[in-house]
Design a protein around this ligand. Sequence first.
Ligand code: SF4
Length: 274
Amino acid sequence: MSICAAPSYTLKALNNLFIEMTAKNCNQKCKNCYINFSQGKAPKDFISVDLINEAISDTLNENLQCIYLTGAEPMTHPDFNAILRLCLKRCNVCICTNGSFLNEKKIRFLSKVESEGQNQIFFRLSLVHFNESENDNIKYRGNFRQTVFALKTLERYNFNSVLSVQNYFKFPENELIENFKRIFAENDIKNSDLQINLSYPDFEEDNFVKSSPKTDCMFGRILTVKGVYSCPFLAGDYRGRTGSNFQNFSKNINAETEFCATCSKNKKPIFTIG
Ligand code: SF4
């Protein structure tokens, strides 16, 4: 086990623009979520279309490959459809969702939106366990079935999806892969990718691994209502702040948090697909 001080990560290219559509609004409350939800009614903290427009125009010279709509739950945003269309004019868009809004009618509508232009819509869904009840105990009741249904239906409409599995139960990776492949086969899911990520925060075993990690903050930034930050984990956290807007966003990241320790050990970026 190799332990070292917190590394500093440099932005190599702004390929990924994450947009935090809301920090606090989600229609579910998963136990494994890295967001701290306050008790009671969520504040109306939805990002404005103007702020997104400004970020897109400030980054016109960057090689943006994908805009990720994140949250909490991005599909709770009242202007979700307008924002999706706006972002699709710039590049591909990945919707990072709990899947609960993805019924057949909505997927058909999203397929129509995609067909209006050249860029593609991707989806990033997540599960924590290959057993339905174990998964739903951590996520929420019905999550497993909704996610499998969404993956199957998205595939029927020719969308590409990634199933991100947070290794919450710390299974050997092979066991997770085998079991999720079995679930894909049982449900005739052929074109979705599987992405296994370490559990987070994973700070108790060791700190930072001195390998050559590839982290989300090396290739992207997240826009929030409070400014620009290194990655979705550190959205709103002063330790990840890189500026108030996209006039200046390339500051080095002192990767000192428990989340950064997990990233340094993961083989690939946690939020980025592909
Ligand atoms: S949590 Fe990961 S992606 Fe975010 S700043 Fe730390 S190392 Fe970078």
